[in-house]
Write a protein that binds this ligand. Structure first.
Ligand SMILES: CC(C)(COP(=O)(O)OP(=O)(O)OC[C@H]1O[C@@H](n2cnc3c(N)ncnc32)[C@H](O)[C@@H]1OP(=O)(O)O)[C@@H](O)C(=O)NCCC(=O)NCCS
Length: 179
């Protein structure tokens, strides 16, 4: 039974492990590289957790395992300036490779959207142009292309956006109510 819940600070090592595995799969030297990447991801997560609260949230998909749990999915959301206005921005959506195509990614997106409604009118994210799986998921969930740009490494990336139900315009005072 998979449960979606808000992350606690003690969950961050599990989230870092999942994100490292999802974005850097593979064995051999890649597995070695992954342990290094995982350390950096965990530092970044802690940094965002401490500096961007209350406008930062991390949601998890967890499965009970023995006396504990196993993290099979995660996603982060924070405020970011998009086209001159602060908007919720989604990042690091990750589902464990053994648990994909079971609707977990879609469920995590849905949870984020519900948590933002009706305070925010739009949700944004970036996806690499070559990431067909994620693009399919976002398209099915109603995201549309806003603009195209390039990463530092020259890869094409797409800014996608979605109107949230309740379509209320952003107002600065609304930020503090997102806790
Ligand atoms: C992208 C990702 C989060 C999808 O998670 P998921 O739990 O497998 O997605 P869901 O099961 O909710 O998929 C919902 C729909 O998205 C589309 N989709 C998801 N994965 C797909 C794939 N590999 N190929 C084509 N369509 C795909 C399908 O339309 C799917 O519906 P269906 O299974 O009924 O056909 C997962 O593949 C992942 O973690 N990838 C690596 C990290 C990553 O790229 N994150 C996104 C960064 S922008």
């Amino acid at each position: 039974m998979i449960e979606i819940r808000a992350a606690k600070i003690t969950d961050l090592p599990s989230v870092a492990q999942l994100v490292a595995l999802s974005f850097h799969p593979g064995g051999g030297w890649q597995a070695l590289w992954r342990s290094f990447v995982r350390w950096g991801i965990e530092q970044d997560l802690r940094d965002r957790w401490h500096k961007e609260r209350p406008h930062y949230h991390c949601w998890l998909a967890v499965m009970p395992k023995e006396a504990s749990f196993f993290c099979v999915g995660s996603v982060e959301v924070q405020l970011r300036e998009i086209q001159g206005q602060p908007h919720p921005y989604l990042s690091n959506l990750a589902v464990h490779p053994h648990y994909r195509r079971r609707g977990i990614g879609r469920q995590l997106l849905h949870t984020v959207e519900v948590s933002l409604c009706p305070t925010y009118s739009r949700l944004y994210l970036h996806v690499l142009a070559q990431n067909q799986a994620a693009q399919q998921l976002y398209a099915r969930c109603g995201f549309v292309m806003v603009e195209e740009s390039f990463t530092f490494w020259g890869e094409r990336k797409l800014l996608l956006g979605k109107s949230l139900v309740g379509d209320r315009s952003y107002s600065p005072s609304a930020i503090s109510s997102w806790v």
